[in-house]
Write a protein that binds this ligand. Structure first.
Ligand SMILES: Nc1ncnc2c1ncn2[C@@H]1O[C@H](COP(=O)(O)OP(=O)(O)OP(=O)(O)O)[C@@H](O)[C@H]1O
Ligand SMILES: [Mg+2]
Length: 238
């Protein structure tokens, strides 16, 4: 069964003199374990699509099923619950809490999701190569290391779908590739399905599938440079 099944999704913004069709009839199925790169020009609807996928935003019309269940819309409490249970997010600006250590940043997210698990937090930090930095504060590590903390944090509550919007947009190309390799390894070992928005064509090598969007419509959908992992995902903790 598809993890994500979207059909006829539209998101319109009613402005004073016009209707902006940010999403204009999107059909999309995403299977478990896929790693999708979403490309498109500025204003094409990428962030709007991520926001609908994560139920941060409600579509104007169309259907969205997640794991066979209808995703709530226009109901902020149910949408928050859906997000908390299923969705991880990595941002361009790492959004780490500066007064908490690297480890505490992960523990806080687990506590908010109702499941503190320090062993898992430490294992994830080791997986992204930061076992030596767990007790440092964000200001005491580099930008690439901060983004690796943000990746470990996004996985700490075991999301089923991980979303990223320009997650390497703030990093130089060498650091971007380090971060992407860490991310791919972590997602493969956890069996997590991903959709990453980017302007950077070179990230296509990390994707199992590449989708291009323009004017709110999918204009191409093809295989990426990476293979879907064939081994059974092994969960690193528990
Ligand atoms: N709150 C809003 N009100 C009105 N129009 C909006 C709103 N948010 C987005 N839009 C419009 O919807 C369209 C899609 O925006 P979106 O943010 O999804 O683009 P994007 O592909 O993420 O662009 P970028 O690459 O610049 O981040 C744009 O025309 C944008 O101006
Ligand atoms: Mg955007």
């Amino acid at each position: 069964m598809a993890l994500v099944k979207i059909s006829g999704l539209e998101r319109h913004y009613q402005m004073a003199s016009e209707t902006v069709r940010a999403l204009d009839g999107v059909d999309l199925e995403i299977n478990e374990g896929e790693r999708i790169i979403l490309l498109g020009p500025s204003g094409s609807g990428k962030t709007t699509l991520l926001n609908c996928l994560s139920a941060l935003d409600s579509p104007t019309s169309g259907e969205y099923q997640f794991s066979g269940n209808k995703v709530p819309k226009n109901e902020s409490e149910a949408m928050t619950t859906f997000r908390r249970e299923n969705i991880g997010y990595v941002f361009q600006f790492f959004n780490l809490l500066q007064d908490l250590t690297v480890l505490e940043n992960l523990l806080l997210i687990q506590e908010l999701a109702g499941s503190r698990d320090e062993d898992r937090a430490r294992n994830l930090l080791a997986l992204v190569g930061l076992e030596g930095e767990v007790d440092r504060f964000p200001a005491e590590i580099s930008g690439g290391q901060q983004q690796r903390v943000a990746i470990a944090r996004s996985l700490a509550k075991r999301p089923r779908l991980l979303l990223g919007d320009e997650l390497t947009g703030n990093l130089d190309s060498w650091t971007s590739s380090v971060v992407m390799e860490v991310l791919v390894k972590a997602c493969d070992s956890e069996g997590i399905t991903c959709v990453f928005v980017t302007h950077d064509e070179s990230l296509v090598q990390y994707a199992t599938r590449v989708i291009r969007i323009d004017s709110g419509k999918i204009i191409s959908d093809e295989s990426g440079g990476a293979n879907v992992p064939s081994s059974t995902p092994k969960h690193i903790v528990g």
